[in-house]
Design a protein around this ligand. Structure first.
Ligand code: BES
Ligand code: ZN
Ligand code: ZN
Length: 494
C-alpha cells in the first residue's frame, strides 16, 4: 500500500473517500466541521440524532456526491481523555475496512490532533493499523481480490511533513516484517517443512546481509542435540537448527541479544497424538520461529545498534517407525537426561537444545518465542501473551514495548514452589509436570529455565493463543497475527 502525506485543506483534497475522525462528547474536529458547513450541518445532525455515538471504531458512511470527497466516513475515536495509540489503531482498522466495503481503491484520513501523542507516533500507528488491518491471507484463493492501493494522511498545514514521512517509512518496515511472519505461519504444512523454514531464513539473510548457518539432521546429532533430534527423527522432513546474526559495525566485541524461536512446522502430538478437532491449527506451531526470522529481517532498515542473534530450532512432530515413543529418555546437548512422558510436549524439548546452544554464546540476554502451551489460552484468552522471566528489568522493558505496540504481555510467577514440577524420577527431568495439567504454562517455563544459566537475563513469551485468529480480531482479519514482531523490534530499537 502506498502512503503519502498532504497539507492541503480537507475541503480542497480530491479523494474518492475521506475519513473524518470524531470524538464522542466533543465538538466536531476542524476537518469534519469544514465538511459539515459545506453539507449544511449534515454531519452534526448524524452525530446528534442518527445514533452515531463516536465510540472507538464506530463508522458511518456519508454520501457527499459532487464534493471533492464524494464519500465521507465518520470514524469514532471515543472519549478524547481515553485516547491511546492502541484504541486509535483499533479504530483505524474499522475505518479502512469500511472504505474497502464501499470499494474505494484509495482514501484520505484527516489525522486528528491529540495532546498526548506526538505527530510521529500518530502517523506510524495509523499507517500500521491500516496496512495490517487490511492484510488478507488469500494466497490459495483464486480470483480477484479488491484491495485499497493508496492512502493519504492529511495533516494540519503547520505540521512537519518530513517527520510524518519518516514515521510512514518506519511503519512500512514494521509492517513488512509482520507480514513476513504472517506469511510463514499461514503456509500449510504440506508446503512448510523445517527445510523450507531454513530457506526462508536464508532468504532474509541474503536480502539483508546477515550471517547465517543452517545445521542439517547429521550436524544436529553430531552436536549432541538429542532433544531436538528425538522430536524430529520421526518425520520424513528432518529437523534443522538455524542461526542468524546481525552485527552492525562496532559491535563485534559486544555480547549479542539473542532471540530464540520454536519452529515446529507441524505438531501432530506424535504418539501422544492430538485429537483431530483443531489439529489443523498446528501448522502455526512455528510462529515463534516466524517472529525471530521476521524480526531479523528488519534490524538493518531500523538501524538497530545492537548485535542480535536469531536462533531457530525446527522440526516436524510426526508418527512413524522412527518416531519418538512415550517413555523414551533422551540426552539434551548440555547432558541433561529427559524422560519424554508425553510426545506432545515437544516444544520444550527442541527449545532445550536451542537455549543451551544460545547460552553457550554468552548473550547479554535471551528472549524466546514459542507456541508452547494450550494452557496459556485458558489463562489469558487471546488478549495477550504469557511472559515468564528470571529478570525484572527485562520483563518491564518487554511489557512496556508490548503496551506501546498493542501486543500485551502478562507476567506469570516462577515461584520456588514450582521448582520440582519437572524433576524426573528415572531421569534428570521429565517433559510433563508432576502437577498434571495444573499451572501448565508455568511448568513449561520451569522446564525451559533449566537450560539457561541463572545469571543470564531470560524471558519466555508463550504466544500459543495469540499467534493466529480464526475470525477478525484487532489488526488481523483471519489467520496469523505476527504477534511479537513489532513488540521485539520496538524493544530492540529503544
Ligand atoms: N503446540 C502445542 C501448544 C499449542 C496448543 C499451541 C494450542 C497452540 C494452540 C504444544 O506442543 C503442546 O501440544 N503442548 C501441550 C503440552 C502438554 C502435553 C503438557 C498442551 O498444551 O496441551
Ligand atoms: Zn505438542
Ligand atoms: Zn507444539
Amino acid at each position: 500500500m502506498n502512503f503519502s502525506v498532504s497539507l492541503v485543506a480537507p475541503l480542497e483534497l480530491q479523494t474518492p473517500c475521506l475519513v473524518l475522525p470524531v470524538w464522542s462528547e466533543d465538538a466536531l474536529p476542524a476537518a469534519a466541521t469544514a465538511y459539515d458547513e459545506k453539507l449544511g450541518g449534515l454531519l452534526a445532525e448524524i452525530v446528534a440524532s442518527d445514533g452515531f455515538s463516536a465510540g472507538v471504531g464506530e463508522t458511518r458512511v456519508v454520501y457527499a456526491s459532487g464534493e471533492n470527497a464524494p464519500r465521507l466516513v465518520l470514524l469514532g475515536l471515543g472519549k478524547r481523555d481515553n485516547f491511546s495509540l492502541d484504541r486509535f489503531r483499533k479504530a483505524l482498522v474499522k475505518a479502512a475496512r469500511a472504505v474497502r466495503a464501499i470499494k474505494k481503491s484509495s482514501f484520505a484520513l484527516a489525522l486528528p490532533s491529540v495532546d498526548t501523542a506526538g505527530l510521529e507516533p500518530l502517523v506510524q500507528s495509523a499507517a500500521e493499523a491500516i496496512e495490517l488491518g487490511l492484510m488478507q491471507f488469500n494466497d490459495f484463493k483464486r480470483g480477484e481480490h479488491f484491495e485499497i492501493e493508496a492512502v493519504t494522511l492529511l495533516l494540519d498545514a503547520s505540521a512537519d511533513a518530513d517527520a510524518a514521512q519518516t514515521a510512514i517509512e518506519r511503519a512500512g518496515v514494521l509492517c513488512r516484517a509482520n507480514a513476513r511472519a504472517r506469511a510463514l505461519v499461514n503456509q500449510p504444512s504440506n508446503i512448510k517443512t523445517p527445510a523450507s523454514i531454513a530457506a526462508a531464513a536464508v532468504e532474509v539473510a541474503t536480502e539483508t546481509g546477515l550471517r547465517i548457518e543452517v545445521w542439517d539432521e547429521q550436524k544436529i546429532q553430531d552436536e549432541k542435540m538429542g532433544a531436538l533430534w528425538g522430536v524430529g527423527m520421526g518425520s520424513d522432513h528432518p529437523p534443522r537448527f538455524i542461526v542468524m546474526e546481525y552485527m552492525p559495525p562496532g559491535t563485534e566485541n559486544d555480547a549479542p541479544v539473542a532471540l530464540v524461536g520454536k519452529g515446529m512446522s507441524f505438531d501432530t502430538g506424535g504418539y501422544s497424538i492430538k485429537t483431530s478437532g483443531g489439529m489443523e491449527e498446528m501448522k502455526d506451531d512455528m510462529a515463534g520461529a516466524a517472529v525471530v526470522i521476521a524480526a531479523m529481517s528488519a534490524l538493518k532498515d531500523l538501524n538497530v545498534k545492537k548485535r542480535v542473534l536469531g536462533v531457530v530450532a525446527s522440526a516436524e512432530n510426526m508418527i512413524s517407525g522412527n518416531a519418538q515413543r512415550p517413555g523414551d529418555i533422551v540426552t539434551a546437548r548440555d547432558g541433561t537426561t529427559i524422560e519424554v512422558l508425553n510426545t506432545d510436549a515437544e516444544g520444550r524439548l527442541i527449545l532445550a537444545d536451542a537455549l543451551t546452544w544460545t547460552s553457550e554464546q554468552k548473550p547479554e540476554l535471551i528472549v524466546d518465542f514459542a507456541t508452547l502451551t494450550g494452557a496459556i489460552g485458558v489463562a489469558l484468552g487471546q488478549e495477550g501473551a504469557g511472559l515468564f522471566s528470571n529478570d525484572d528489568g527485562l520483563s518491564r522493558n518487554l511489557e512496556e514495548a508490548g503496551l506501546e505496540t498493542g501486543e500485551k504481555l502478562w507476567r506469570f510467577p516462577l515461584w520456588e514452589e514450582y521448582d520440582d514440577y519437572m524433576k524426573g524420577s528415572a531421569s534428570d527431568l521429565k517433559n510433563i509436570s508432576a502437577a498434571d495439567r495444573r499451572a501448565g504454562s508455568i511448568a513449561a517455563a520451569i522446564f525451559l529455565r533449566h537450560f539457561v544459566p541463572k545469571n543470564t537475563p531470560w524471558a519466555h513469551l508463550d504466544i500459543a493463543a495469540v499467534s493466529h485468529v480464526r475470525d477478525s480480531r484487532l489488526l488481523t482479519e483471519r489467520g496469523a497475527t505476527g504477534f511479537g514482531v513489532r513488540l521485539i523490534l520496538d524493544f530492540l530499537s529503544t
